[in-house]
Design a protein around this ligand. Structure first.
Ligand code: SAH
Length: 260
């Protein structure tokens, strides 16, 4: 049993593999990343000694892999099918980075859906008809002048990314900007921050925050806090609005004190 409940719903599908050794190496790649389901679609040759040798201890994954006749059959019960392609933007499909694809795999499998990640033939990759069965394409952004990874190496990259998402490791690129409304706001400039610090210092005087202590130490700490937070222009405006109200209230209180 895997530590991740999503794992049994994630299958890696190899279509028309030409070298049995690659099927073995793919099984090993999956097992190192805690994945366990390999499906073989019409391999050119049956599993052989070389395949098991290259699986290097992942005989259970390799030996347990069903062999089916077509990709359609291999993914018939899947809700998400992602096709890995060595050539960028070859098809009219959304093209995902491995990390983004892996997030979808982990999310959908986590919700209970069956998910497939599909790999093509060593020589010719996936046919257009096979890619039509996929919801999106995945391209490992390799050197365009030498873009094709060994099949098992490509399996390893995707299996690694899936494991990272299952472990909850979030690369910066996956953090949706929409999730953080402050994200796109223009950060405050040096001048804007200095004017804010000036007003903050005045306000602290006016509300008698220091009570006879030297103001420098508190101001140093406050500067450190606000510089670390890298506030946006809007956030600085909000803070200055609060200070302006505090100053107004302090003046009112002062005037009342004098009057009364
Ligand atoms: N000459 C083939 C290369 C196939 S490599 C072609 O141009 O399509 C075998 C399989 O490994 C590919 O079908 C794909 O599933 C995977 N693969 C290899 N390099 C890849 C890359 N850069 N990005 C995504 N998948 C890749």
């Amino acid at each position: 049993m895997s530590q991740f409940p999503a794992v049994p719903r994630i299958r890696f599908v190899l279509v028309g593999t030409q070298h049995p050794g690659n099927m073995g190496a793919a099984a090993r790649a999956l097992k190192t990343m805690g994945l366990a389901r390999l499906v073989l679609v019409a391999p050119e040759k049956p599993l052989d000694e070389e395949a098991f040798r290259r699986s290097a201890g992942a005989e259970d994954v390799l030996g347990g892999s069903p062999v089916v006749a077509t990709l359609a059959e291999a993914v018939a019960d899947c809700h998400l099918v992602l096709g890995c392609t060595a050539r960028a933007r070859r098809v009219q499909l959304e093209e995902l980075l491995p990390a983004v694809a892996a997030q979808r795999v982990a999310d959908r499998a986590g919700e209970g859906a069956e998910v497939a990640v599909v790999f093509g033939r060593e020589r010719t990759g996936l046919t257009n008809e096979e890619l039509q069965l996929c919801h999106a394409a995945v391209h490992i952004p390799s050197d365009p002048a030498f873009s094709s990874l060994n099949l098992a190496a490509a399996v390893q990259v995707l299996a690694y990314e899936v494991r990272m998402r299952l472990l909850g490791v979030q690369p910066q690129a996956l953090a949706a900007p929409e999730a953080d409304p402050g994200f796109r706001e223009q950060p405050a400039s040096h001048d804007q921050l200095e004017s804010f610090f000036g007003q903050l210092g005045q306000t602290l005087d006016e509300i008698d925050f220091h009570k006879g202590r030297a103001p420098e130490s508190a101001m140093r700490k406050l500067r450190r806090l606000f510089l670390r937070a890298e506030p946006s222009e809007q956030e600085v405006r909000l803070l200055r609005g609060i200070l302006a109200d505090a100053q107004r209230m302090a003046r009112l209180a002062g005037a009342q004190g004098e009057g009364g």
